[in-house]
Design a protein around this ligand. Structure first.
Ligand code: ADP
Length: 211
């Protein structure tokens, strides 16, 4: 199954994507991690994107679309993938739909992790206290990333709602409860065993809780 984990920075998408990868075998395709890897290994791509990322700005659509296009053709994505931090703009979502469509696949489910802004700020402050903060993990940059999220990324909620694919999960709950809620959604949407071609379960639309 191909699914998108959606939500503001720090909502827990990466945590849940890793759990899905472990339990279901669908690789986590995180554009943020791919970009940080490019920066860490000193590639041309990393040099070009570091400054934008550190400031909490979006990297240009064509850059992230190209990285994802390469990645969806890897054999490990054949049975599906968990998109984490991608798409972040309407053009990215359209590009994803068309690249999957060309391969006879589709996004089956989009799960929004709903977390209040004040909790997101607290999470970043916690990471700073624990000393495992990223370059873009300062309270100021997080506020900026949040404003970018509401301006550029949140409109995707309507995009996926109109496609009947959107479901919401309470991202303020403990990690294992969020995992269980996601697992329930995945199981009720094409029993989780498909190759990414299953349509959205129309009855399941009633669980959509994102208003
Ligand atoms: P978070 O979800 O915590 O904001 P990510 O690791 O997903 O963190 O992304 C970190 C940064 O990488 C973003 O602020 C942005 O600069 C860049 N980035 C990641 N994914 C995308 C994307 N799909 N489009 C544009 N920029 C992206």
């Amino acid at each position: 199954m191909n699914l998108v984990l959606f939500g503001p920075p720090g909502a827990g998408k990466g945590t849940q994507a890793k759990i899905l990868q472990e339990r279901r075998g669908w690789p986590q395709l995180s554009t943020g991690e791919m970009l940080r890897h490019a920066i860490g290994t000193g590639t041309e791509l990393g040099r070009k994107t570091k400054d934008l990322m550190d400031r909490g700005e979006l990297v240009p659509d064509e850059v992230v679309i190209a990285i994802i296009a390469e990645r969806v053709d890897e054999p490990d994505s054949a049975a599906g993938a968990v998109f984490d931090g991608f798409p972040r703009t309407i053009p990215q979502a359209r590009a994803l739909d068309s690249m999957l469509g060309q391969r006879g696949k589709r996004i089956a489910l989009v799960i929004e992790l709903m977390v209040r802004d004040d909790a997101l700020i607290q999470r970043v402050e916690q990471r700073i206290r624990e000393g495992n903060q990223r370059a873009d993990d300062t309270p100021e940059t997080l506020r900026h990333r949040l404003s970018v999220y509401y301006r550029n990324t949140a409109p995707l909620l309507d995009y996926y709602r109109e496609q009947g694919k959107l479901a919401g999960v309470d991202g303020m709950a403990p990690i294992h409860e969020v995992t269980a809620a996601i697992g329930g959604l995945v199981d009720s949407c094409g029993n989780g065993a498909g190759a990414g071609n299953e349509g959205p379960n129309r009855q399941r639309k009633s669980v959509v809780g994102t208003g």
